[in-house]
Design a protein around this ligand. Structure first.
Ligand code: OXD
Ligand code: MN
Length: 598
């Protein structure tokens, strides 16, 4: 592979001097090179070859037990001015950050190989796409990047002699959690990640480039980089319309993106087409509409709870050519995780590598899980049976509706629509989820997560709201996506879900699309438009009138309390918060007052 980008070659040379690897290997994405790297990793134990009958070309990896999830406390935005990172990000001055990174990087690759991965986020040559070069000392990272991004000669050709690229540096170094740093330099278009081997911290094309660095570029260049799934809904008449949706972690984003319609809707002719499950890059095209691509080529999905019922398409996607991280490994080279469809292999080892069998308990009687709750599969999107034919299209897909979601037991109706774009931005800005037993912190405690971007917005979130508001103004009114909020998690007084979820969510998406086409009326409430019960297809669901009423109820007192919580959240942004956001909050309170007077 011939690299003619002199500056990139010099940068790699400089890093070679600094990190002192035994050798430098440029990754060309070829099958031969991939196989050779796998063999090396099998020999050192970095990877385990799985039962090739059950998992063709499947491999297994275990991360250090202290390194199993994104570490927000070691993640920094390194801008010259602290205010540019804003109150919701950790900030470090670029000078300090480079110095600290240098201390770790110096000699960190002695006795190891340094791999250089030129990669493209998005179809090569598309006006949406961005190129990066990741330097890493981990074969696991190389193999994941080959699945998650486009790697190969075509990227180097596209880069040419002077193309722009993000400098992405990763070294496992000593995997010391105390010295772990995930540093973003938006002003230099660079990322440095040290002392971690966990996907979200080290597959630098994903959260680091495609969100934190890209949000900064998107603001400067006038587009949106979002933590969103993108899916197409094909109706019986063959029309396909696309939705983009932002949901906080543990709200079923991957499952929704890969949804299989319930039988009753399948037989009418409905189909879902997955464009992406995690990241959407969106631009205003010459038609004045919003167009989106998924810059990723693979899924990096959570395994526990994934099975033929919750996500049959994910199960089919990971059948071959996939990487499994931190699940149970059997002596027979089979794998297992909590909630999968088969019996655990025996003998077996858990995600920490300790002998494990089902129903084991620790000294205090607490069950010992076999797979880490954040164990993952990495699989090519192209293997998804519902993969959209538009996925590789250079201009992406036109977004008809934007969905914001959260996990709210009482507050939010199943679905409601924003009055207009500005109100929709407010709706995204106040997004929140209540913690479940599976997460740290008090159960029921509300975590505000605007547009599901709290850990991913690479600049001051107040400016991010302003950018969203401006984007709306730039779109043609008729082409502007409508904005909705969904909540699949509303419960009754016994804590049981009111809505069945899974494939049935398509019924809600259908109402959303009907609204976008102007085909159905809706009921106006202080928080937005909710469906009239007769407009939601509830065929075959056996749902009582009371349940339907409860699903859409807007409780005055709960919303007044919510408004106080929103005010507290907004205050931290001081004068930088757009006045429109305060005006929206006032509007909400005013409408709630009118509701009470009635
Ligand atoms: C992810 C996340 O891994 O959002 O996608 O944490
Ligand atoms: Mn995500």
């Amino acid at each position: 592979m011939k690299v003619i980008h002199q500056e990139a070659v010099e940068w790699v040379e400089e890093l070679t001097q600094k990190c002192q690897p035994d050798e430098v290997v440029w990754i060309d994405g070829s099958e031969e090179q991939k196989e050779q790297l796998e063999e090396e990793a099998f020999a050192t134990g970095e990877l385990v070859k799985l039962d090739q009958g059950k998992w063709p070309r499947g491999v297994y990896h275990r991360t250090d037990p202290r390194d199993v999830a994104r570490t927000e406390e070691s993640t920094f935005i390194c801008t010259t001015l602290k205010e540019d990172a804003g109150p919701t990000n950790n900030w470090m001055s670029p000078l300090t950050a480079y110095r600290k990174a240098d201390e770790v990087l110096k000699g960190s690759m002695r006795g190891r190989s340094m791999y250089v991965i030129p990669f493209s986020m998005g179809p090569v040559g598309s006006p949406f796409s961005k190129i990066g070069i990741e330097i890493t000392d981990s074969i696991y990272v190389v193999l994941n990047m080959i699945i998650m991004t486009i790697v190969g000669e075509e990227v180097v050709t596209e880069l040419g002699t002077n193309g722009i690229y993000t400098k992405c540096i990763h070294s496992k170094a000593g995997l010391d959690p105390k010295k772990r740093l995930i540093l973003h330099f938006p002003e230099d278009n660079a990322i440095i990640s040290v002392n971690s081997g966990y996907g979200g911290n080290v597959l630098l094309g994903k959260k680091c480039l495609a969100l934190r660095i890209a949000t900064h570029q998107a603001r400067n260049e006038g587009w949106l980089a979002e933590h969103m799934l993108i899916m197409g809904i094909e109706e019986p008449n063959g029309r396909i319309q696309y939705l983009a949706g932002a949901f906080p972690s543990a709200c079923g984003k991957t499952n929704l993106a890969m949804l299989v319609p319930p039988r009753s809707m399948q037989s009418k002719g409905y189909r879902i087409w997955t464009v992406g499950d995690d990241i959407g890059w969106m631009r205003i095209d010459t038609d004045g509409g919003l167009w989106a691509i998924n810059p990723e080529s693979g899924f990096f999905g959570v395994l526990p709870g994934t099975n033929e019922k919750t996500n049959p398409n994910a199960m089919a996607t990971m059948r071959k050519n996939s990487i499994f991280t931190n699940v149970v490994l059997g002596e027979d080279s089979d794998i297992w995780w909590e909630g999968c469809d088969w019996e655990p292999p025996q003998p077996a080892w858990d995600w920490k590598g300790r002998p494990w069998k089902p129903d084991m308990k620790d000294e205090s009687g607490v069950p010992i899980v076999g797979a880490h709750p954040n164990s993952r599969f990495t699989a090519p999107i192209s293997q998804n049976p519902s993969s959209s034919f538009r996925r590789e299209h250079h201009h992406g897909v036109q977004v008809t509706a934007i969905l914001f979601g959260g996990r709210r037991a009482r507050l939010a109706p199943l679905v409601y629509e924003a009055f207009n774009w500005q109100h929709g931005v407010f709706m995204g800005g106040i997004m929140a989820s209540e913690r479940t037993a599976a997460q740290y912190g008090a159960i029921g405690e509300v975590r505000r997560d605007p547009m599901a971007m709290l850990p991913f917005c690479g600049y001051n979130m107040a400016d991010y709201f302003e950018h969203w508001l401006r984007m709306g103004v730039r779109m043609k009114r008729k082409m502007r996506p409508r904005i909705f909020h969904v909540n699949w998690f509303r419960t009754d007084e016994n804590g049981d879900y009111l809505w069945p979820g899974f494939g049935e969510n398509l019924r809600v998406l259908e109402w959303i699309l009907a609204r976008c086409r102007g085909e159905v009326e809706a009921t106006s409430t202080p928080i937005g438009y909710v469906p009239r019960p007769e407009d939601l297809d509830l065929d075959g669901l056996d749902m009582s009138e009371t349940v339907v009423k409860d699903l859409f109820q807007v409780n005055h007192q709960d919303w007044l309390e919510e408004a106080n919580g929103i005010e507290e959240f907004f205050k931290q942004f001081g004068d930088r918060l757009p006045t429109e956001m305060w005006a929206q909050l006032e509007g909400l309170r005013r409408r709630l007052d009118v509701m009470e007077e009635r």
